[in-house]
Design a protein around this ligand. Structure first.
Ligand code: ATP
Ligand code: MG
Length: 504
């Protein structure tokens, strides 16, 4: 235990226009959890992709389990004992758990697939991790956290000794995070080395032994977690001290701009009524799965509504599809950026200009490229998106910078209502403050903001009013000045049976 199992030395890696890794060194020991920290675009994912053979390094060398490697293919990395669970999950949703675990390394007998053998092996691994999933379940039917556990099982089926987890908790509930931490502790106890990438710095204390900090593609420092503190970590990450984590500004309450009355849509949006006022941020709190995302989708016209009314500026409006909403001035920055928020194969320019064609086209419908460039450059500089240029693929941006583009495309418009669904997911501390400042700017312009977030400190720190949802219903409203995390939790877990019991 505690011998060095990974040593990366002087690793360099450039992409056109960006030096993503600049002489980075990194060490991991067996039986430890190493947090790899840094701002969006610092190079964390790239470094781990080099270690797992996804990217070829330009120079530098690596030692894995005492063997030296220069160029490394994904297959060699796997054989050397490295497994990576990527920032965005990569499962085949229509295949079973077992098929996903053995994808590309199927067990065969006399040229035929040996399902019996694979099923037994999959079951053994899942049982060992005490994961309650059957090998025959279809992955697309599982929750994100269960899918992630299948990814872990898949990694272990290759006998990996080095497990890299890139932002594993960004979409998990508190209970699911507990389960993940239990699995991490089991793996640690059996001598695995784990690299843990996360922007949720408050969770590090539960599992982390050491931290390595990167900034702008460079190695900054490695420390024992016990010998440091969050302020020091943040200062190393950002290169300066961040004084105010929640820069809240308040404006006098304006007129009512937007209201939803008795909205019903599917099982998870039940009789939702609320109003938003000019220059007000209303935080929607609740546990993951409370129906908040479904509510935003129904309002925006992505999912059909069964009943209910929507009013904008006192007048009833009809939103049957997103286009109706955008025309009326109601926009949504969705939660799942890869699926709903971005066209990853298109350039940053096109992602930013697509929903704004009405602003940049001339009368004949031809794009005025000067206006387009202005719009894009303004969005990029307002949000400090880290990129070599607007013509690169949005999919090549680091996770957090992708999120900034999702938010950025709406800022060019003169909207009346902006709906944010988990806008700071996967975003680093400094960029979070930037997003809060953008929200403040929207407030200043008199725009009403619906702000869905599962991070309670953030809701308490940013919202002017808090609405709590549970199981598709609104269970209460709180003022952030008086509310505590506990009160939010009580409302967030008030399931219908309890509501009825209270009503009786
Ligand atoms: N395939 C690629 N093509 C071009 N540039 C890339 C590619 N992959 C990464 N980059 C660039 O390399 C830099 C480092 O990105 P990386 O994804 O490693 O950051 P990160 O630290 O993981 O950030 P985040 O916390 O946002 O996920 C960024 O500037 C990014 O735009
Ligand atoms: Mg990353």
């Amino acid at each position: 235990m505690n011998e060095i199992i990974v040593a990366m030395r002087d690793i360099c890696k450039s992409f056109p226009g960006v030096k993503a890794l600049d002489n980075v060194s990194f060490e991991l020991k067996s039986g430890e959890v190493m947090a790899l920290l840094g701002e969006n675009g610092a190079g964390k994912s790239t470094l781990m992709k080099v270690l797992s053979g996804v990217y070829k390094r330009d120079s530098g060398e690596m030692e894995i389990m005492s063997r030296t490697y220069g160029d490394l293919t994904p297959k060699q990395a796997q054989a050397a004992g490295v497994a990576i669970i990527h920032q965005e999950l990569n499962m085949c949703r229509h295949l079973s758990v077992m098929e996903n675990i053995f994808l590309g390394k199927e067990k065969t007998r006399r040229g035929l697939l040996s399902n019996v053998e694979m099923e037994a092996e999959a079951k053994r691994i899942l049982d060992e991790l005490k994961i309650d999933i059957s090998p025959s379940q279809i992955v697309g039917d599982l929750t994100i956290s269960k899918q992630q556990m299948v990814e872990i099982a898949k990694a272990l089926s290759t006998n990996a000794k080095i497990l890299i987890m890139d932002e594993p908790t960004s979409s998990l509930t508190a209970k699911e995070i507990e389960d993940l931490f239990r699995i991490i502790r089991t793996l640690k106890a059996s001598g695995h080395g784990i690299v843990y990438i996360s922007h949720r710095l408050d969770e590090l204390q539960h599992i982390v032994d050491r931290v390595t900090i990167m900034r702008d593609g460079q190695f900054i420092t490695s420390m024992n977690y016990a010998d440091t503190n969050l302020n020091e970590i943040i200062t190393h990450m950002v290169g300066r001290e961040i004084k105010e984590k929640f820069p809240r500004v308040t404006y006098p309450k304006g007129k009512e701009v937007f209201s939803v009355k008795n909205l019903n849509a599917g099982r998870m949006v039940r009789d939702i009524s609320f109003s938003l006022y000019e220059g007000e941020v209303v935080g929607f709190a609740g546990l993951v799965g409370a129906g908040r995302t479904e509510t935003t989708r129904a309002i925006f016209g992505v999912d059909p509504k069964q009943s209910g009314q929507i009013f904008l500026g006192g007048k009833e409006i009809t939103i049957n599809r997103p286009e109706d909403a955008i025309r009326a001035g109601v926009v949504l920055a969705p939660e799942d950026r890869k699926k709903d928020g971005l066209c990853t194969k298109l350039s940053i320019r096109h992602n930013l200009s697509l929903p704004n064609l009405d602003l940049i086209c001339d009368k004949l419908g031809i794009v005025n490229s000067k206006k387009e460039t202005e719009l894009c450059e303004k969005a990029i500089s307002d949000l400090t998106v880290k990129t070599a240029g607007v013509d690169g693929d949005a999919g090549n941006l680091s996770g957090g910078n992708q999120q900034k583009v999702v938010v950025g495309k709406w800022l060019a418009r003169d909207s009346k209502v902006v709906i944010f669904d988990e806008p700071t997911r996967g975003i680093d501390v400094a960029a979070k403050v930037e997003i809060y400042n953008i929200i403040n700017e929207l407030k200043r312009r008199g725009i009403a903001v619906m702000f869905v977030s599962s991070e309670m400190p953030e809701i308490l720190g940013i919202a002017d009013r808090i609405i709590v949802m549970c199981d598709g219903r609104i269970t209460g409203e709180l003022s952030p000045n008086e509310a505590t995390q506990n009160e939010i939790l009580v409302l967030a877990t008030r399931f219908e049976s309890k509501v009825e019991a209270i009503a009786q």
